[in-house]
Design a protein around this ligand. Structure first.
Ligand code: TTP
Ligand code: MG
Length: 246
């Protein structure tokens, strides 16, 4: 079932406030504890919209979204968000230190346990090398909007921010898109190794990022048009074949 650490969608349809047409139609899937479920599909197919329903950025009117087997509407905002490590499609950094960004405003003074946590999170996110090359390292300055770090570095720091919180469930919205293949692979391997048993939902545009997922959902116009492993989908999902061969 979708017990501890699980996510489940039960026949979810969703329309944005003020919109006429549903953006998601009859979405059902399960990510059991420790599984990696990937979502792929063309731009505008609804991938971000699926993820947005898990932390309750929006509430569904039809169907149910469950976390640990419980309807998300029954959690307090705080209890729900504490379980989730959400990394948005646009990495958001604020002006402050590397540590402050990873600990999300929390204090991570040099020598504290929090600083240890920051180092560990940055290491898992494959950011140690560039952070340690920065002037000031973990106390080094991040400019407003992260303008002094590259796109891939920004992504790694926002991933580190999620890792730091040690969530049961990771939600990655295209969070690896600016990483080279090797960093992408190593980051995901480190996550699997170090976050023992966390459930992961990965939205991605490239096959390499999602190929080894336990299950891949193919989204088209807000509907699931295929679901299975990479091999299964290559066999029997036309949309997936098109993505894979493009
Ligand atoms: P998304 O769910 O954002 O589609 P996507 O994540 O698959 O696309 P991309 O690969 O480019 O990131 O959008 C689906 C539709 O929903 C699209 O028509 C835009 C609309 N939408 C809103 O109206 N409000 C929102 O907050 C979002 C996220 C999407
Ligand atoms: Mg998106």
């Amino acid at each position: 079932g979708s017990g501890e650490g699980g996510v489940e969608f039960r026949d979810v349809s969703f329309t944005y406030p003020g919109a006429e047409e549903p953006v998601l139609r009859n979405i059902s899937f399960k990510a059991r504890k420790g599984e990696t479920v990937a979502i792929i599909g063309s731009t505008g197919s609804g991938k971000t919209s699926v993820l947005n329903l898990i932390p309750r950025f929006y509430d569904v009117a039809e169907g149910e979204v469950l976390v640990d087997g419980i309807d998300v509407r029954r959690y307090s905002q705080h209890a729900l968000r504490a379980k989730l490590g959400y990394v948005s499609q646009r990495a958001v950094l604020f002006s402050g230190t590397v540590s402050g960004n990873v600990a999300y405003g929390g204090s991570a003074a040099p020598g504290s346990d929090a600083e240890e946590g920051v180092r560990r999170a940055v290491a898992i996110a494959q950011g140690t090398d560039f952070v340690e090359r920065m002037e000031g390292q973990y106390e080094g300055r991040i400019a407003q909007g992260g303008d002094n770090v590259s796109g891939g570095q920004k992504q790694r720091l926002s991933i580190a921010r999620a890792v730091y919180r040690q969530p049961d469930i990771y939600l990655f919205d295209d969070s690896f898109s600016a990483l080279d293949y090797r960093t992408d692979r190593e980051l995901r391997a480190a996550l699997r190794r170090e976050t023992g048993g966390a459930t992961t939902i990965i939205v991605a545009q490239r096959i390499g990022t999602i190929k080894d997922a336990d299950r891949i959902l193919v989204l088209e116009d807000g509907r699931i048009v295929g679901s299975g492993t990479h091999e299964e989908l290559l066999q029997d999902c036309e949309t997936y074949q098109e993505i894979a061969l493009s």
